[in-house]
Design a protein around this ligand. Structure first.
Ligand code: SF4
Length: 73
């Protein structure tokens, strides 16, 4: 298993991650930021375990996030 890490507070709500990977991301109607669905959050960092098959696409999204707040481990 790998992980997506989302440093959510700096999200600018561009919608790219949601467009590319709607199974994992949705837009919060509350604050207009992306939410990593089913993730566990602590101190503004949200973490979700993902299967290895999703890693490459997730890394591509992380690289394209305009504020670089997505990491894949
Ligand atoms: S790509 Fe980055 S800035 Fe854009 S919505 Fe997703 S997390 Fe936020």
């Amino acid at each position: 298993m790998s992980k997506i890490l989302h440093y959510r507070s700096k999200c600018i709500g561009c919608g790219f991650c949601i467009e590319q990977q709607p199974a994992y991301w949705c837009m919060s109607k509350k604050d207009g930021k992306a939410t990593l669905i089913n993730s566990v959050g602590k101190n503004g960092l949200f973490i979700l375990s993902i299967p290895v098959i999703q890693v490459q696409q997730s890394k591509n999204i992380a690289a394209a996030c305009p504020v670089r707040i997505i990491k894949v481990q």
